[in-house]
Design a protein around this ligand. Sequence first.
Ligand code: PMP
Length: 375
Amino acid sequence: MIYLDNAATTQMFESAVDVYKKYACEKFFNPSAGYNKSLEITHEINDVRNLIKKILNVKSGDVIFTGGATESNNLAIMGNKRNGKWEYVFSQGEHPSVYNCAKELELQGYKVIIVPLDKNGEIDYNILKTVVNNRTRLISVIHVSNETGIINDLNKINEIRLNYAPNALLHVDGVQAFSKIPLNIEKFNIDFYTLSAHKFHGPKGVGALYVKNIEKLKNIIFGGGQENGYRSGTENVPGIMALKNAIENIDIEKNLELVSRLNDAFKLELKSFDLDNKISFIKAQSPYILSVSFKGVNGETIMRALQDKNIYVGTGSACSSKKLGNRVLESMGFDKNSIKSHIRVSFDYTQNIEEIKFAAKEIYFTYKDLWEKVK
Ligand code: PMP
């Protein structure tokens, strides 16, 4: 199998599975129990919080463990609902776990502004500047787009916030960035940052929300008061400890270089066959994700044909693939036909150039066969 859908999820590391098992079967104690074995677990979980803060490059603030990024995003957004004149700002490039929170806020009567993307796929900074003001409570943006691999400029967004929206808090959905690109959350004054373990070889159903100033947030789940009251429910100890193991296995700079080489080799190989220029790529800063368009053929059809060859690619966000259309590509100005012709290829540093080149060749010839049928 050649798996090129690593933005949807990754295979859990064996070492993370071992750690998961250890905390499910041996060190299975409830951290809230109060005896020494449970206190030990509490300390170990706190070490994971510190490790996450180290990767984020922050010295202060809290880390709340959640049941994944969807929950972290909901907590950051719905936990910032306040009465009064407050306004909420999002981009058209958001993952459904953010975008649908925006829609829900709107239904509940809050003022919500959705900023379009520019033609490069970043939030339109010029429009952002004009829609924020001193009533803006929250600006929520994706860091690396799960559809295109495009990186929003957090420095620019922070500058806009400081100059035009002095009361606004900044939430960043960092799911496709954490552990993949170097992060400097403190430098850009980020208030909330979301991550999810299954995107970097950890388990599914565990994530975290970094919070700069916990007093600014309200809990959205009510119960026994775990996670300092911000996320009630017995902690997913095996998941959190396996997340730690997954992080420890990662060398961001080295992997970035490796994946850049895979991405370049893939594009070069694919284009070497494409003599009449029917294939194009969306230019993105993250080498982990590549959106490819194949003139005249439906991306879904290519995806299905490839699965018969044991090659797996995505057709946009796995979480939204059942919905028609693609809000993100539409906002970048792609027309409906071109949007349908996209597939998403997402790489992992555990892969090698040979398999990537082989996949590129297979993808080309799969496309060519389909094109011959439709042209
Ligand atoms: N945000 C982004 C950018 C994502 O790519 C995903 C996963 N597709 C999520 C949020 C949701 O993550 P989870 O599966 O952990 O809920």
